[in-house]
Design a protein around this ligand. Structure first.
Ligand code: NA7
Length: 534
């Protein structure tokens, strides 16, 4: 075991899925590499989000690395949708199997990164004052890793325990015989609710916007299924690469408007029973055509309503007023029937907004809820938070925060003008959160590695996108988004969930295949849009 270098060729920030893949690729391309990780273990979001019920809503066989066929063959997923502990063991296995810890320094949270133009190196400082440098800086800090700050009036007064889904204590939390409140009904809240309801004395769910959720249809993976996937893993990966979102579901080419009511209903039933998140792909126009979407939204509303026995709860929990899929839908296991339990209460914050916290609980404008434990499942400063929290200064001392003041500016979602040799993984302007992010991570890093090798073999020391290429890319991302229903609805995709954040649609909606073709064309044209310097 060797010690990681302080001044390697490549500094990677983060040792989650993206950071580990970056280490693998940078090593393979002959670079020395050091990754700085804020936590004391690998895993990124899967290291921090240990809340009860946490699991992935992309199928395990797809939400996994494809860079090593041996790894694909030897790892045995136990369930169709893996739990957080299983994913974390997988990541640890990967770190051990490829000796990646040799190149990781833990408990090092980057606070500052400055591009030193004289020597063309990034100089990085961490929270404890340690300093590092690298010719390249790879920001593998994640799109859903900077938790949103939510501070309620009187929060310090609360005598009970407060937890965050995104920073769940490693040692776990004993919820037995406790009165628990959960704020937030995104994927984290929806995953937690059915599990917490079984553990605690009483659960109150504070819901602001009811979201759509599709049943996970989770289950154990049989030996036969495992063998079948492993026998044809390459074609499964290729199919995912050629799908719109990197999932193992081929998108339908059929419009929901061109089939009979019976055919549409049958297709929705099939998708409801098995597709999970892939429901959005069961017709080609659910995200682009309002009428097509209305058919899907109505179907899902009906299915949700059927799971809830109390008409009053049903009235509050069934989503309305926005089209299915335009906010990130959830994939749940028994979320809605949990509200049929006698120990679960739904508080609708649209009718009774939160007023304050006091010693004994949470008061809304109409009621006081006595609580022993309050959990914030209130989401993230998505896509830009982890890049803008640290101080990053590029050429001429320009702050990334200033460059992105009106919304993130990237070329291909991978780099930003004025920030030479800095690369971002699955960032804004890439398919990122609209894709199986594992696919985006690997595709992005493979492409960047090729580009770095091209640059070096041509004798260049620095590379960055031109302002023109960046401007045109951002314009293209917006134009593609405007072909869809996404921009019409407040969501974390367009920054609406964080007060004061610029409202800009951030992920690339052109699909993973369309995006990859653009990357291939850019490379084939000598990395057009990039400027290389000696
Ligand atoms: P999400 O999906 O952003 O959900 C956050 C939830 O918290 C959502 O229901 C919000 O309601 C609610 N929220 C946020 N701020 C507040 C305040 N101040 N008061 C009340 N309620 C609030 O985050 P998750 O962690 O659940 O999921 C993130 C991703 O992880 C998910 O999309 C998957 O990709 C995996 P709102 O809708 O804003 O009214």
């Amino acid at each position: 075991m060797s010690s990681p270098l302080r001044d390697p060729d490549v500094l990677v920030i983060g040792a989650g899925f993206a950071g580990l893949k970056a280490i693998v690729s940078m090593r393979a391309s002959g670079h020395s590499v050091t990754a700085l990780e804020a936590g004391d273990g690998v895993g990124g979001v899967w290291f921090w989000n240990r809340y009860p019920g946490a699991r992935c809503d992309v199928e395990s066989y797809d939400y996994s690395y494809r860079f090593s066929e041996e790894l694909e063959q030897e790892w045995r997923w136990s369930e169709r949708y893996a739990t957080q502990p299983e994913i974390l063991s997988y990541i640890n296995h990967v770190a051990d199997r490829f000796d990646l810890r040799d190149d990781i320094i833990f408990n090092q949270k980057m606070t500052d990164a400055v591009f030193n133009e004289a020597v063309k190196r990034w100089e990085v400082t961490t929270a404890d004052g340690s300093q590092f440098s690298g010719r390249y800086l790879i920001m593998a800090t994640g799109s859903l890793s900077a938790a949103k700050d939510v501070l309620l009036p009187g929060q310090d007064e609360f005598a009970g325990e407060i937890y965050w889904s995104s920073r769940w204590p490693k040692e776990g939390v004993d919820l037995t015989a406790k009165r628990v409140g959960i704020i937030g009904t995104g994927s984290s809240g929806m995953q937690m609710v059915p599990v917490v309801a079984q553990l605690c004395e009483h659960l109150t769910v504070f819901q602001r916007t009811p979201n759509y959720s599709i049943p996970a249809a989770n289950g154990p993976v049989s030996d036969e299924e495992d063998a079948a996937v492993k026998a044809s893993y390459r074609s499964r990966r290729e199919a995912a690469r050629n799908s719109p979102s990197g999932l193992n579901f081929l998108a339908s080419g059929i419009s929901a408007l061109e089939v009979s009511d019976e055919e549409r209903e049958a297709e929705f039933e099939k998708a409801w029973a098995r597709y999970g998140f892939g429901f959005v792909l069961c017709f080609r126009d659910l995200i682009t055509d309002e009428k097509a979407n209305t058919y899907a939204s109505d179907f899902i509303r009906r299915k949700i309503g059927e799971q809830v026995s109390d008409p009053e709860v049903r009235r509050h929990i069934v989503p309305a007023n926005f089209p299915f899929g335009t906010k990130r839908p959830s994939v749940d296991a028994n979320y809605y029937p949990t509200f049929n339990r006698p120990n679960v209460t739904l508080a609708d914050l649209r009718d009774e907004p939160i007023d304050y916290l006091d010693k004994t609980g949470l008061a809304t404008t109409s009621k006081h809820y006595d609580l022993d434990v309050l959990v914030f499942a209130t989401g993230f400063d998505a896509l830009t938070g982890s890049f803008l929290k640290p101080n990053i200064f590029g050429r001429g001392g320009r702050a990334l925060r200033d460059h992105w003041a009106n919304g993130p500016l990237t070329y291909l979602g991978l780099c930003s003008s004025g920030f030479p040799n800095m690369f971002i993984i699955a960032g804004p302007g890439s398919p990122s959160l609209l894709s199986n992010v594992m696919m985006s991570i690997e595709e992005g890093i493979d492409w960047l590695t090729e580009m770095i090798m091209f640059s070096e073999s041509s004798g260049y020391a620095a590379l960055e996108p031109t302002v023109d290429a960046e401007t045109k890319w951002v314009q293209h991302v917006n134009e593609k988004a405007d072909e869809t229903l996404y921009p019409k609805v407040p969501s974390y995709y367009n920054g609406d969930n964080v007060p004061g954040k610029p409202r800009v649609f951030m992920p690339y909606t052109g699909g993973v295949r369309g995006y990859r073709r653009i990357l291939e064309r850019v490379a084939a044209n000598g990395y057009e849009g990039m400027v290389f310097s000696k």
